[in-house]
Design a protein around this ligand. Structure first.
Ligand SMILES: *Cc1c(COP(=O)(O)O)cnc(C)c1O
Length: 397
């Protein structure tokens, strides 16, 4: 069966009610037929549900679909993408271990690796993601973990997944890839050799801006260690969120095709707009890693960035004139969203940290939604015209 079919057809076991859509298992715990059965299930001699911090039919169904989509042996769901991120690091590393990570990471991932895990003696070196020599030079005898995001948020920098997987194999490390922007519809890092694939399910996996969720898929032995950590520290996904997310996976292929088509065409329409310094999108030939994008991504993704002439003031003016696009820190919604990373998601970084990953004051991330393309093009063009007029007037004064 094709993945599209499986994403629709994988289901928790049907109950005696013969329901078509999976019921919502809102229960904190499960019952045993006898104390002996409880003993056997706890001793792992018999399979069965125990408690929803450990497992739940809705959560398990969601994880089964994610592992199928990511081509991995096992997986685990979390309350949010950051809970997934943190659990993978905290479960697998110990004091004295070292991480090499790309600089172009989600803001909170940088905070974890630069401020939180160092408290427990886990250190991190940040490198320029596309420079493989930098990755290799940063590896120390105590390095255990490589962490990257491709395409990165918000800079849309790509990491050569084949090259980095070769590097981790050479040094016998664990490679974790945040696959949030691409989704498994566009790229499956496990096929290149990644050991762990991390997602914020809040984004395209939900796809409709409703619930938080996270997932780690990957090698069975590593997931086993993360599962031990998660079961006892409790960052579990709620059954309700799992039910929503599993339903969403039924349409992820369809949604991503339309998202990517809209994003590609909006990027083409805005490229060359005189109000902009540049437009960045992995499948535009002007993207510095266009060839790599074509190699490892089936489609260009749903995120593009524009760098607006005139910085913060111009972006602010643009935002006031957009009639359709929302202003929000989220992405991966049916609704087109603009985000100004310098003042929001990446505002906690220093100026130098922002400059290193190309987050200028004029940079706007556009998470292109599923509205009619013509409406989106018209909306951005008219708002950019007004932003440019505003800036020109300011300059005259
Ligand atoms: C949003 C996001 C996260 C964090 O996920 P949450 O579900 O908000 O905790 C991590 N990585 C990337 C790339 C993201 O976009």
């Amino acid at each position: 069966m094709k993945k599209q079919t499986k994403a629709i057809r994988i289901q928790a076991e049907r109950s005696q009610n013969r329901e078509h859509s999976v019921p919502l298992y809102l229960t904190s715990s499960f019952t045993f037929e006898s104390v002996e059965q409880g003993r056997a299930i706890f001793a792992e001699e018999e399979e069965g549900n125990i408690y929803s911090r450990y497992m739940n039919p809705n959560v398990d169904e969601f994880v089964d679909k994610m592992c199928m989509l990511e081509n991995t042996e096992d997986g685990l769901a979390f309350a949010s993408g950051m809970a997934a991120n943190f659990a993978a690091i905290a479960a697998l590393l110990k004091s004295g271990d070292h991480v090499v990570a790309s600089k172009a990471l989600f803001g909170s991932a940088i905070q974890i690796l630069s401020k939180i895990t160092p408290k427990w003696g886990i250190t991190c070196t940040f490198v320029d993601g596309h420079d493989m020599d930098e990755w290799e030079k940063a590896i120390q005898p105590n390095t255990r973990f490589l962490f990257c995001e491709s395409p990165s948020n918000p800079g849309l920098d790509l990491i050569d997944l084949e090259a980095i997987a070769q590097l981790k194999a050479k040094h016998n490390l664990i490679l974790a890839v945040d696959n949030c922007f691409a989704t498994p519809v566009i790229q499956t890092p496990a096929d290149w050799g990644a050991d762990l694939i991390i997602h914020s399910a809040t984004k395209y996996i939900d796809g409709q801006g409703r619930v938080l969720g996270g997932v780690v898929c990957g090698r069975e032995d590593l997931i086993k260690e993360i599962r031990f950590f998660a079961r006892h520290t409790g960052p579990s996904m709620s059954p309700f969120n799992a039910w929503v997310l599993s339903k969403s996976l039924e349409t992820i292929h369809l949604r991503m095709e339309k998202h990517c088509d809209n994003a590609y065409k909006l990027a083409q329409a805005l490229e060359g707009n005189t109000a902009l310094i540049n437009v960045k999108y992995p499948f535009l030939s002007s993207h510095p890693q266009f060839e790599l994008a074509k190699k490892q991504m089936k489609m260009g993704g749903a995120i593009m960035t524009i760098d607006v002439k005139g910085g913060f003031e111009a972006v602010n003016e643009l935002s006031k004139h957009l009639k359709i696009a929302s202003i929000s820190p989220n992405l991966g919604d049916t609704r087109t969203i603009i985000t100004h990373p310098a003042s929001t998601t990446h505002s906690k970084l220093t100026l130098e940290q922002r400059a290193e990953v190309g987050i200028t004051d004029g940079l706007v991330r556009i998470a292109v939604g599923l509205e009619a393309l013509e409406d989106l093009i018209e909306d951005f063009e008219q708002a950019l015209e007004k932003a440019a007029a505003f800036i020109n007037k300011e300059e005259v004064v």
